[in-house]
Design a binder for this molecule. Structure first.
Ligand SMILES: [Zn+2]
Length: 208
């Protein structure tokens, strides 16, 4: 198994940490390594991240103008694979965290709502017992507000089929496919459109 250290160029290396998806940046300046975690452990000269970079020095990627052999290129593809895997880990981890933040928010909000409702019952009962619509207090004003009768859609299909109580949203957007087809067919660029040649894009498919 190759190391997952990512060479960012300019003597910068990204080293995986024990936390999934988290990378430490190790930089090499005038022969001295420094790691962004150093601020956390100033008493150590070489943190584990720097040690990993030094131990894997053989894996440094040569200058970009070097002619590569197939084996080198394959090794670089392995690095791309490592980056893909870290990216996947970050995505998974962030989705998990978003889920738990959402759950935490819902639980906290629902508890607070319950607490507030508890007091509001007394405020409402006060106005009703005094037969008042509103009352100004030191900390604010409380009042009773008339609500419209609640509208309940019992049978959505029935309401829709009458056709009277519906609205249709229409969205206008640019159809790029039809622009391409038109240019292909007529050779003419429509107003407001330009075509710029692009360099070939490399794609890769990894073996498991
Ligand atoms: Zn470090």
């Amino acid at each position: 198994m190759d190391t997952l250290i990512i060479n960012e160029g300019d003597n910068t290396f990204l080293v995986p940490t024990e936390i999934v998806g988290e990378l430490m940046e190790v930089t090499l300046n005038n022969g001295n390594y420094s790691c962004e975690c150093n601020k956390l452990t100033p008493w150590e000269n070489e943190c584990d991240h720097i040690k990993q970079v030094i131990n894997n020095k053989m894996d440094y990627i040569p200058e970009s103008d070097t002619a590569f052999e197939m084996a080198d290129i394959d090794r670089l593809l392995l690095r791309v694979k490592a980056i893909d895997e870290i990216e996947q880990d970050i995505t998974t981890s962030s989705q998990e965290q978003l889920r738990s933040i959402k759950l935490w928010t819902e639980i906290r909000m629902s508890r607070l709502n319950k607490q507030r409702d508890y007091y509001l019952v007394y405020l409402k009962a006060y106005l009703e017992s005094k037969n008042k619509r509103t009352e100004k207090l030191v900390n604010g004003t409380i009042s009773l507000r008339k609500l419209q009768p609640q509208l309940i859609i019992e049978d959505e299909e029935k309401v829709l089929s009458q056709g009277e109580f519906v609205r249709t949203k229409s969205v206008t957007s640019i159809d790029k496919k039809s622009i391409r087809n038109s240019i292909k067919a007529t050779g003419v660029l429509p107003d407001g459109i330009d075509l710029v040649e692009q360099a070939d894009k490399l794609s890769y498919k990894l073996e498991n």
